[in-house]
Design a binder for this molecule. Structure first.
Ligand SMILES: Nc1ncnc2c1ncn2[C@@H]1O[C@H](COP(=O)(O)OP(=O)(O)O)[C@@H](O)[C@H]1O
Ligand SMILES: O=P(O)(O)OC[C@H](O)CO
Length: 499
């Protein structure tokens, strides 16, 4: 039987998705399932790893069934995942010893403070490319080893395994045969040396993390193993890529050349610039990270990570309950001419790039008696655009390049108000591709390249198609003033938990 499709598994922060692509890079069918967000305490976020596996394998089977495609017709599986999130499980039972600690979780801020006080900040930046922050995996893993009874002891005996979500999925898909990750995911752990491409012994010893628990790091595009016959009714499908979701989106946007940039507007916002073989060390709060490793060559990226973007829209819906659906925000925001002086800094999980303040918290300023629901909704959408400008300014300064075009993707990019405002506030073109599922597409491309489904990136570049381009409104004279006000609002949100 001809192998005509690639199956991408996109395990995100709020949902598990499975998408089937054909050789033209077209979406044939998709399935999606949301799963529970667990908030045990203020600032803590967890997921149930079994629910993640159940929802991800469930949608994978469902999408094949509803599309009427046999597993034997799938050339390869590509995996892409929410990054940094930590799972630790017992390799003898396959059961997690604790819930997954999610990238947004702030519980290890004090461990990070201690690393800074002890003078390890610059060592960590030089070796891992990252700033010391609770966002990354290393301190989350240390927390589990410190607080779950006997965890460190069992880890040292080699009974426990650590993985990010890619590793957890690969291990389950292969029924415990393969314990591996890829360069892009490893580069988000804060314990991987992006210069030598090895786990960093000094950081492991600082945090007392047993090396035995860590997965083997493999190329992003390449064979990780084959699915177990029970998962897909007897078919063994090669797992041919694993990539952090933001790096996968960079690939899916065909940002193959140094200097190309994309911004993804999902739960958070993540802007990545391909810097090729160059590791650009940021002076402005950006991260140096691995985009992908293919054919023995590692490509680096500069990243600006914004923790809360679409999640602020979900907050309007779920907590404030002033909208029923995210799509309503466009209507309300367009109903008013401006925010009436209201600024919303959605620092629910502290502030990421370029500020890196673990103790910032969400702030709404500028409220007057005339401020209404539409103004607050508009201020929420505008906060995504302002945060993006914060990151772009840092990126332009670090790279020395002026950004004239921004490729965008992710759930919130369907919002035309947001895209136009983004273009206005940047003074740049905003380019929305036909396929906004670029994360899954990137994982599919990476897997397809590994099995010869696509020959090379030139073929993929030709598949990139624009759906709509937004140009800056030249009459938008107030933009500098508005942006300066935004910066003042950010100052108000900073260090909140410390004051
Ligand atoms: N029309 C819309 N306007 C603004 N935000 C939206 C809209 N539709 C969805 N979103 C936001 O997009 C996010 C989902 O995007 P997605 O790329 O699926 O995120 P993730 O991969 O992080 O789960 C949600 O946070 C949601 O609030
Ligand atoms: O799952 P997403 O799309 O919210 O992405 C999360 C990022 O990978 C966190 O670094």
């Amino acid at each position: 039987m001809d192998k005509k499709y690639i199956l991408a598994l996109d395990q995100g922060t709020t949902s598990s998705r499975a998408i089937i692509f054909d050789n033209e890079g077209r979406i044939i069918k998709q399935a999606q399932k949301e799963f529970n967000q667990i908030y045990p305490k203020a600032g803590w976020v967890e997921h149930d790893p079994m629910e993640i596996w159940g929802s991800q394998s469930g949608v994978a089977r469902e999408v094949l069934e509803t599309a009427g495609i046999k597993p034997q017709e799938v050339a390869a599986i590509g995996i892409t995942n929410q990054r940094e999130t930590v799972v630790v499980w017992d390799k003898r039972t396959g059961k997690p010893i604790y819930n997954a600690i999610v990238w947004q979780c702030r519980r290890t801020s004090d461990i990070c403070d201690q690393l800074i006080v002890d003078g390890y900040e610059s060592y960590i930046k030089e070796t891992t490319g990252l700033v010391v922050d609770a966002y990354f995996s290393a301190t989350k893993l240390k927390w589990i080893l410190d607080y779950v009874p006997h965890a460190r002891e069992e880890g040292k005996k080699g009974n426990l395994l650590f993985g990010n979500i890619d590793t957890w999925l690969i291990w389950n898909l292969t029924r415990g045969e393969v314990h591996a990750t890829d360069y892009s995911n490893a580069s988000r752990t804060m314990m991987y040396n992006i210069n030598t491409l090895e786990w960093d012994d000094k950081i492991l010893s600082l945090l007392d993390i047993p090396k035995e628990m860590l997965p083997k790091v493999k190329p992003t595009s390449g064979i990780f193993g084959e699915t177990d016959i029970q998962t897909f009714g007897g078919a063994k499908i090669p797992i041919a890529s694993a990539a952090g979701d933001q790096q996968a989106a960079l690939f899916g946007q065909a940002c193959f050349s140094p200097g190309s940039v994309k911004n993804t507007y999902g739960t958070g916002c993540f802007m990545l610039m391909n810097t090729g073989e160059r590791k650009v060390s940021s002076k402005n709060g950006l991260l140096t990270t691995i985009a992908w490793g293919i054919d023995g060559r590692v490509t680096y990226a500069l990243e600006g990570s914004i923790f809360i973007a679409g999640a602020a829209i979900q907050w309007l819906r779920d907590e404030l309950q002033i909208i029923n659906h995210a799509s309503e925000t466009e209507f309300y925001a367009s109903k008013v001419e401006n925010t009436n002086g209201v600024y919303f800094v959605p620092a629910f999980a502290g502030l990421g790039a370029p500020y890196w303040d673990m103790y910032a918290r969400g702030t709404i300023v500028g409220l007057t008696r005339g401020a209404n629901k539409s103004h607050i909704i508009r201020a929420t959408l505008e906060s995504l655009a302002y945060q993006t400008r914060d990151v772009i300014e840092a990126m332009e300064e670090d790279s020395g390049l002026k950004l004239r075009r921004l490729k965008v993707d992710g759930g919130a990019t369907v919002n035309n108000f947001l895209m136009q405002f983004q273009s206005d506030v940047l003074g740049s073109q905003v380019i929305r591709p036909k396929i906004t599922e670029t994360t899954a597409l990137g994982a599919a491309y990476l897997a397809g390249l590994a099995v010869g489904f696509w020959e090379n990136t030139d073929v993929l570049r030709e598949q990139f198609a624009i759906e709509r381009e937004f140009s800056p409104n030249l009459n938008f004279e107030d933009k500098e003033q508005l942006y300066q006000e935004w910066k003042r609002a950010v100052e108000r949100s900073k260090h909140w938990m410390l004051s």
